[in-house]
Design a protein around this ligand. Structure first.
Ligand code: F6P
Length: 358
């Protein structure tokens, strides 16, 4: 008998269900002596022993379904070693659930924080295989994560729609895009949507440069400017601050987010009317795009193959178009950021997109 535990952890995204379907189909087409335990709401289910026994049928018809049939939650890694409010040792509790159910392995779908805990469980002796999930595409060790392309499509669609209204009204529009501390979604959606300015955490901006771009466009008779800003974008001035100082500054910021701060500054520096659009969590919602369906299915199938071979302790990854595996200890705790020197940045600059830095 093969007993598999499965959980989805951290922020949800499109194609979580598609990936789980890939794992289960990959295993169940070859054998039927399989028990699948789906843990509720991520690591929480493993900690508190909340799970459902599932069959291959439960994973049918979910390829196109957004969200996660298991539910998810954020269980911060830094609190994993801290007992809960009733004094429960979370790590011991997860191990207990795993052993009580005699699991052969745990399949974990998640992003950065999730991978730190997955690696901790591996260090504690559990058999773990992970799948690379996040709209942010910031997982180290893989070129791609599922959810990313779908989020890029949604953010691009937002920019497309803003284009028509921005033109009619001769306005500056700021579209704030998710991505946590990195700018992959903003970079791709910004280019795909034809943004004039793209602001990323990896390339600190100068507000005077941005104002200059807007004014230059106005003198050229261009009726609008579209700025795609990553939620984690940072000014050159702030980039010089120590991490702690910057955190304090953010905590005391009198605007709800970077888009509002930029809008105030741009309004002061230029004569233009500025508006803000924030697609927010819509970027994680709805059906996965075709790319994500294919990618999630491939990584799911690859996980099924590793389980069959009893090769544990890996994240399934994509490298140069090939599906491969990376040891969890190499992934955990590292962030994949946009390389400011990458070809895509240079090419964007070549066609006149400003990154607000020069
Ligand atoms: O990591 C995915 C992500 O959507 C980030 O882009 C964003 O910063 C964060 O999650 C939002 O988290 P929450 O859903 O907890 O508000």
């Amino acid at each position: 008998m093969l007993r598999i535990g499965m959980l989805t952890s951290g922020g949800d995204c499109q194609a979580l269900n598609a990936a789980m379907r890939g794992v289960v189909k990959g295993i169940c087409t070859k054998r039927d002596d399989v028990e699948i335990y789906g843990f509720e709401d991520g690591y929480k289910g493993l900690i508190y022993g909340k799970y459902h026994m599932l069959t291959a049928k439960d994973f049918s018809g979910i390829l196109t379904k957004g969200g996660t049939i298991l539910g998810t939650s954020r269980q911060p890694f830094k609190k994993m070693r801290i007992p809960d409010k009733d004094g429960l040792d979370k790590v011991e509790s997860m191990k207990h659930t795993y052993h009580k159910l005699s699991l052969n392995c745990l399949v974990v779908l998640g992003g950065n924080g999730t991978h730190k805990t997955a690696n901790l469980l591996r260090e504690e002796g559990l058999n773990v295989i992970t799948l690379p999930k996040t709209i942010d595409n910031d997982l180290w060790g893989t070129d791609m994560t599922f959810g990313f392309q779908s989020a890029v499509d949604i953010a691009t669609d937002t920019i497309d729609k803003i284009h028509t209204t921005a033109t009619s009204h001769s306005r500056v529009f700021i579209v704030e895009i998710m991505g946590h501390k990195v700018g992959h979604v903003t970079l791709h959606a910004g280019i795909a949507g034809g943004a004039d300015v793209i602001l990323l955490p990896e390339i600190p901006y100068d507000i005077d440069v941005i104002a200059g771009v807007i004014e230059k466009r106005a003198t050229q008779g261009k009726r609008f400017t579209i700025i795609a800003v990553a939620e984690g974008a940072i000014s050159k001035e702030d980039a010089k601050l120590k991490k702690k100082q910057y955190k304090e500054k953010l905590a005391n910021r009198n605007s709800p987010s970077i888009a509002y701060e930029l809008a105030q500054q741009i309004q002061k520096k230029t004569d233009q009317e500025v508006r803000i659009t924030i697609p927010g969590h819509t970027q994680r919602g709805g059906s996965p795009c075709a790319y994500d369906r294919v990618f999630a299915t491939r990584v799911g199938a690859a996980a099924a193959e590793l389980i069959e071979k009893e090769e544990y302790g890996y994240m399934i990854a994509s490298k140069n178009g090939k599906i491969t595996k990376v040891p969890l200890q190499e992934v955990a705790g590292k962030l994949k950021m946009v390389d400011p020197e990458a070809g895509i940045i240079q090419e964007a600059r070549t066609i006149g997109i400003s990154f607000g830095d020069k």
